[in-house]
Design a protein around this ligand. Structure first.
Ligand SMILES: Nc1ncnc2c1ncn2[C@@H]1O[C@H](COP(=O)(O)OP(=O)(O)OP(=O)(O)O)[C@@H](O)[C@H]1O
Length: 544
């Protein structure tokens, strides 16, 4: 790849059809003039006035960060930062503000540099991963201008999917996303050698020709944040986008002291004392995350379901960020905030999530269709919130309490294993099935057969495996055999309704099970399943 760039200099053409189509001759004009002028075209972003002022003020863009080397914990640097005002495009972590080495995150408008500091990835990549942001823009005074990195073909701006292809002339590079654009056979006609496609991010950093790392001297003089401080800063930004390093300092020392998880516990009370606070922290985090997903300005498409309930369909852009996974059956609140009628809000269940056909989420309102208050005549000015439910966290706390006060709540074996005590398992007298594979599911491989055998013979087993290796198939097979061996109901739990759905479908494929499935917390029939079922977070299945 080196060779392709030896005489390319900065001839990045990311978003300009004009430049790509112009060929080598026109490329030279880019070389001669201001490179940022060479990157023109419909997708080119303009600096707004505010930004222009900001850059005008910065009279020495190549200057070093005006931070002295700070102490081991970065506190000296923090003090200095209050005194020295950095330009708006300074890296939000370390303060480096060399125009060539900083990149703006388009989701939060903060700037980050390509230095690594004390972390294993560059600051910009560290931020994008932690914040789940994906789109960036180069600095207007960088050698490539204020380019927004995007696929030349389809316009996708997810930098984790983007790569470049040097055109055959070797004077132009084209940004294309890995899938589908770089993989499309039609690209061959464009004089691009897609076999030379390379990702823009390598070793957790943008390629140096795109965003060069700051010099050693700049890095030495930058503010040094530990990975822990960076993680905390990112957490702070989730609540308060304008939080600063100073806020980080203010919060220091106020944290609750959390007891460490142990390998062995004296008794169930100690177990509860350790895990209780952790479950609470997780619940608080989950609530914060879900509640922060409120989205305004939604455009709603109304419809009426066969059960005479209103359905509202809309696109939730925040879903793409992937912070919160929306599942069929989740509860959402829809609010009308416009002027055309009095404010309205209604709660409904998600009945459709984005798929290959459409990006829309559809919720079915609880109220029946003839309910006059539903604002079906309005389409704009709607907001949607997730309705957070404490149910699963409350159940965890309740289970731990029961475990602590009632020794008989679980078998003696499980009681001691949970507390980390060495305990011999009593041999289980069961007749192993002659054939482990079951009707309707794939023939098990050797490792799956071992897993099934182990579970059937031991009181407690853990099956682990990478995604798609057949854990669900193995679990469904185990349930099938347990039902057959014991002849009674089998209680199955999964951490999410989606996981339960998957398992139900596989059990159903075995054709042997009758599944009286229900979900006490939500009285909804699941339309995603091809058989009638109320899907619980715990399932009972019985063999006919
Ligand atoms: N022994 C097997 N032979 C052939 N296909 C199999 C076998 N085991 C599983 N599969 C198939 O592999 C795919 C993945 O299986 P499954 O969903 O059970 O994996 P998983 O480990 O539960 O996946 P995930 O981690 O994504 O939940 C399914 O299409 C399943 O039918």
């Amino acid at each position: 790849m080196e060779g392709a760039f030896t005489h390319m200099g900065n001839h990045l053409v990311s978003d300009s059809a004009a430049t790509i189509n112009a060929g080598a001759g026109d490329d030279e004009s880019i070389l001669d003039g201001d490179l940022s002028r060479g990157i023109t075209g419909s997708r080119r972003r303009r600096m707004d006035d505010e930004e222009t002022d900001m850059y005008d003020d910065d009279d020495d863009m190549e200057s070093l960060v005006s931070m002295p080397v700070d102490g081991a914990n970065g506190k000296a640097g923090v003090k200095q930062e209050e005194e020295v005002e950095l330009p708006a495009h300074a890296c939000a972590y370390c303060g480096i503000h060399n125009a060539g080495s900083v990149v703006k995150c388009l989701a939060c408008s903060k700037w980050f540099c390509s230095a690594r500091g004390n972390t294993s990835s560059s600051h910009i990549i560290n931020h994008l991963v932690r914040a789940r942001h994906k789109e960036v823009q180069l600095h207007p005074l960088s050698s490539l201008g204020d380019t927004i990195l995007e696929c030349y073909n389809c316009g996708t701006k997810n930098v984790f999917l983007l790569g470049f292809i040097p055109a055959k002339s070797d004077t132009v590079v084209v940004l294309l996303c890995r899938q589908p654009c770089a993989a499309m056979p039609s690209q061959k006609d464009m004089n691009w050698d897609t076999s030379r496609w390379q990702p823009l991010i390598e070793d957790r950093s943008f390629l140096p020709w795109l965003v060069p790392p700051p010099t050693d001297q700049e890095q030495l003089r930058a503010r040094h944040l530990s990975p822990q401080m960076i993680a905390k800063l990112e957490e702070l930004w989730k609540d308060n986008a304008s939080a600063t390093i100073a806020d980080l300092e203010k919060g220091a020392g106020q944290e609750e002291v959390i007891a460490k998880v142990l390998l062995r516990y004296d008794d169930a009370f100690q177990y509860q004392n350790v895990f209780g606070p952790l479950v609470k922290i997780e619940a608080d985090y989950d609530r914060k995350l879900k509640e922060s997903q409120s989205q305004d300005g939604l455009v709603v498409r109304w419809d009426m379901a066969l059960n005479n309930k209103h359905t509202a369909s809309f696109v939730l852009p925040k879903l793409e960020l992937g912070d919160v996974k929306l599942a069929v059956g989740d509860e959402m609140r829809l609010r009308y905030t416009g002027e055309l009628r009095p404010h309205w809000e209604g709660v409904g269940y998600v009945i459709k999530i984005p798929n290959n056909q459409s990006d829309e989420v559809t919720i079915e309102l609880r109220t029946k269709g003839d309910h006059k208050s539903v604002p079906t005549e309005c389409t704009h000015n709607f907001s949607a919130d997730y309705v957070w439910k404490a149910t699963s966290f409350d159940r965890m706390q309740h289970a731990m309490k029961t475990f602590a006060i009632d020794e008989m709540s679980v078998s003696g074996y499980i009681f001691h294993r949970l507390l980390g005590h060495e305990v011999a398992s009593a041999p289980m007298k069961i007749q192993l099935p002659r054939k482990f594979s079951v009707p309707g599911l794939p023939e098990l491989n050797a490792s799956q057969i071992n897993a099934v055998k182990s579970v059937l013979q031991k009181p407690l087993s853990l099956i682990q495996g990478p995604p798609g290796t057949g854990k669900t198939v193995t679990s469904a097979t185990i349930i099938y055999h347990l039902c057959k061996i014991n002849g009674g109901p089998v209680l199955v739990c999964a951490p999410s309704n989606v996981a339960v759905d998957q398992l139900c479908e596989r059990i159903h494929l075995t054709g042997k099970s009758r599944l009286p499935l229900w979900m006490p917390s939500r009285d909804v029939r699941r339309t995603s399943l091809s058989f009638p079922a109320f899907v619980p977070t715990t399932i009972k299945a019985s063999v006919s």
